[in-house]
Design a protein around this ligand. Structure first.
Ligand SMILES: [Zn+2]
Length: 351
């Protein structure tokens, strides 16, 4: 595994770096070859795809039942929109209820492999719940900064796993306070040698590799084919970037014939990434820049012979939506915000 800078394109042999030593920008893991088949049938969860994940020895791999989530065919919405085959990847089936479990599994396993004695990060909800569960399993302390008004249910999930939680007033709404919190996180991580568990490419590109296992599963669930188009909810862009990276690697290693059109869908009320691609009304950003956005924007060689796509490359590939579009009908799927985020994008897509 190498790491490649998303900005200057430099390749680095040191797979332990978290940013480019040359320019300070985001680095992404890159795999020079795929030794053997995509999936290891003897492994579970994200570890089925360990050949395309950062190297972690078997004794350090944590598995709590994450991954292998269903790809559910649409019964009504696809028909109504005239789409021949529409599927929903249901990530609510993960141990703590979100795709962040894939990241946490990768993150804490990577932390153990590197001999970390603790981890530290920030969260507004799902990431904290996931990391707390996996840190407890790993047997290392988890120091977490959260929004003052974090949802009680999510906070309970964190506390039950005995994370050390600090609520910060203004965090999540005031950019200056956000900067200060992140600065404290990185200082503490550097001082004590702790793993940073913030779920964004800017902060931990190795942990984020867990996301792309969704793409690998989708590819296998579709009988060894990539979908034509993927709609993904976007906040900072981490999920979108991870999905794209997975499909790009499948294509680069000759397993799929094409990379899907990737469409990121973002709330009109908080178009943090969308606003960077075109002029929109001024928005209040809780963070100065969506922390995975530069990775999404990148145009670097990820794997031998391939060039990645990027969201500005496709017209309107980042699509805002208004919350009022949410309909009352949800079919038979549980109503989770992340699920709904992609549906309005699908409904508004021009063709
Ligand atoms: Zn660089």
């Amino acid at each position: 595994m190498l790491t490649v800078c998303t900005e200057c394109g430099k390749e680095h042999r040191d797979s332990g770096i978290y940013e480019c030593p040359a320019c300070g920008c985001i680095v992404l893991p890159r795999y020079e070859s795929l030794q053997g088949p995509l999936a290891d049938p003897g492994a579970s969860g994200i570890w089925k795809y360990s050949r395309l994940l950062p190297p972690v020895a078997a004794e350090h791999r944590i598995y709590l039942g994450e991954g292998s989530t269903p790809l559910i065919p649409s019964v009504r919405l696809g028909k109504r929109l005239g789409i021949g085959a529409l599927y929903f990847k249901y990530e609510g089936g993960n141990p703590t209820g979100s795709y962040k479990d894939r990241i946490a599994a990768m993150c804490l396993s990577w932390a153990l492999a590197r001999g970390r004695k603790a981890c530290i990060g920030t969260s507004s909800g799902n990431a904290g719940a996931a990391t707390a569960a996996y840190a407890a399993r790993a047997g290392i302390p988890y120091h977490l900064f959260v929004l003052e008004h974090m949802a009680e249910a999510k906070l309970a999930q964190v506390l039950v796993h005995r994370a050390a939680v600090r609520k910060i007033r203004g965090f999540g709404t005031e950019p200056e306070i956000g900067d200060e919190v992140f600065s404290r996180v990185f200082k503490a991580a550097a001082k004590h040698g702790w793993e940073v568990t913030v779920t964004a490419y800017r902060y931990n590109p190795y942990a984020m590799e867990g996301v792309k296992t969704m793409s690998f599963e989708i590819f296998e669930q579709l009988g060894g084919e990539a979908p034509t188009r993927v709609f993904a909810p976007a906040g900072g862009g981490g999920l979108y970037c991870g999905l794209w990276k997975g499909f790009a690697e499948l294509h680069a290693f000759g397993l799929s014939s094409a990379v899907p059109d990737m469409i990121a869908v973002q709330p009109d009320a908080a178009p943090t990434s969308y606003a960077l691609t075109r002029p929109v009304r001024p928005i209040r950003r809780p963070v100065r820049q969506p922390p995975s956005y530069p990775a999404c924007r990148c145009r670097i060689r990820l794997t031998a012979g391939s060039r990645c796509g990027s969201w500005p490359a496709a017209k309107a590939a980042l699509l805002p939506y208004r919350m009022r579009i949410f309909g009352k009908r949800s079919g038979s799927l549980p109503r989770r915000k992340a699920f709904f985020a992609s549906r309005p994008g699908l409904q508004r897509w021009p063709d």
